[in-house]
Design a protein around this ligand. Structure first.
Ligand SMILES: Cc1ncc(COP(=O)(O)O)c(C=O)c1O
Length: 368
């Protein structure tokens, strides 16, 4: 936390308007629109909620297929499965762990409605190629930018590129409010329906803007908006977004410099960024060689007081993924990377302890 959050929560309390879409929600939404350059930003109570809204907006119905990576969080797929959709899992690239754009076209059928990309660790997917495939086949592109706030692809902020995008402000993210998220709408044709879906299927947003004299049930929807306390907390974080990103990138660079030697010796592989992507320091993850036992490596770090963790269990290998989804072959990169990936500690207060982490990683690699 940056220290201003509770002041803003107190201010929200004093304003006596604690439901959603008040003063702080407006501040956060306008900030997202100007920082990302998206058409409309709608705060939600999680990225999961924003993905569920995206699935409704994409008009996913029973049997409709949605192409996505298997190496992602459950919500990326679950939101579409809740509408009867079928996730079609495609393998990831070995360098970025993002969906392999060269495998997408082969996964398209007459039932395909959308492509969901995940910008893993805040590093952009190959969006120009993906947008071109989507345009040729008339598909919607949804960016799961849960990790991606403040990152760019060819100079464009992540979240501003697809028809829709989703953000997470879960406490594990760079900018956070405990739980929280946003749906970003870049296609003007989807904006009004997005507002209705978020407000329980009503046109309450138009009512609040004085455009109708009462609000009524218009469509399906749910209660997807956060209260003002959450938005007030989030505003403290957003105001500090540049400093938070700067500090994370500095920590990321220190990891990268310190671990170069271990990479040269073949003991681990550091993250790779394509030249067209600039990151946000969300995560520092290493890949261990196939011959290294990742669980034992994590345990060694744990014994040295360093909290390292693996990441996603590939969705195609999970019980619900097998039940609801379909895979484009055996997904060898996904399977191998998921086994070998270890995330090292990353948070804005890490600097005084980062030396201890370096030491523990060198020792766990047997190189100290
Ligand atoms: C890629 C991805 N999408 C979606 C989510 C869900 O985010 P939330 O916890 O805000 O619902 C996560 C969570 O970490 C995630 O990693």
């Amino acid at each position: 936390m940056v220290g201003t959050e509770l002041d803003y929560v107190r201010q929200a309390h004093a304003r006596l308007q604690l439901a959603g879409d008040g003063h702080f929600t407006a501040l956060c939404s306008r900030w997202l629109e100007s920082t990302i350059g998206c058409q409309r930003a709608l705060l939600t109570h999680s990225c999961t909620a924003a993905l569920e809204m995206a699935a409704i907006l994409a008009e996913i119905g029973p049997g409709d297929e949605v192409i996505m990576p298997s190496y992602t969080f459950v919500s990326t797929a679950n939101a579409f499965v809740m509408r009867g959709g079928v996730p079609v899992f495609v393998d990831v690239r070995a360098d970025t762990m993002n969906i392999d754009e060269s495998l997408i076209a082969a996964a398209i059928t007459e039932r395909t409605k959308a492509i969901v990309v995940v910008h893993y660790a805040g590093v952009g997917c190959e969006m120009d190629t993906i947008l071109e495939i989507a345009r040729r086949h008339g598909l919607l592109v949804i960016e799961d930018a849960a990790h991606g706030l403040m990152s760019r692809y060819r100079g464009r902020p992540l979240g501003s590129i697809g028809h829709l995008a989703t953000l997470s402000f879960h406490e594990t993210k760079n900018i956070m409010s405990g739980e929280g998220g946003a749906l970003l709408v870049n296609d003007a044709a989807l904006e009004e329906r997005a507002q209705i879906i978020r407000e329980k299927g009503t046109d309450r947003t138009r009512f609040m803007a004085g455009q109708v004299d009462r609000y009524t049930w218009q469509d399906i929807g749910s209660s997807y908006l956060p209260g003002e306390m959450t938005a007030a907390f989030l505003w403290g974080q957003m105001e500090a977004a540049d400093q938070i990103t700067y500090r994370r990138l500095a920590l990321w660079d220190r990891y990268h410099r310190n671990l170069a030697e271990l990479e040269r010796e073949g003991l681990l592989q550091r993250p790779r960024h394509p030249a067209e992507c600039s990151g946000n320091g969300h995560m520092y993850q290493v890949l261990l060689p196939e011959s290294t036992d990742a669980a034992a490596f994590i345990q060694k770090l744990g014994a040295a007081g360093v909290g390292a963790v693996s990441h996603y269990v590939p969705l195609h290998s999970s019980p619900a993924g097998r039940r609801f989804g379909r895979s484009m072959g055996p997904l060898p990169n996904t399977t191998s990377l998921a086994r070998r990936l270890v995330r090292l500690p990353m948070w804005i207060g890490l600097e005084p302890e980062q030396g201890r982490v370096f030491e523990a990683v060198h020792r766990a690699c047997g190189n100290a």
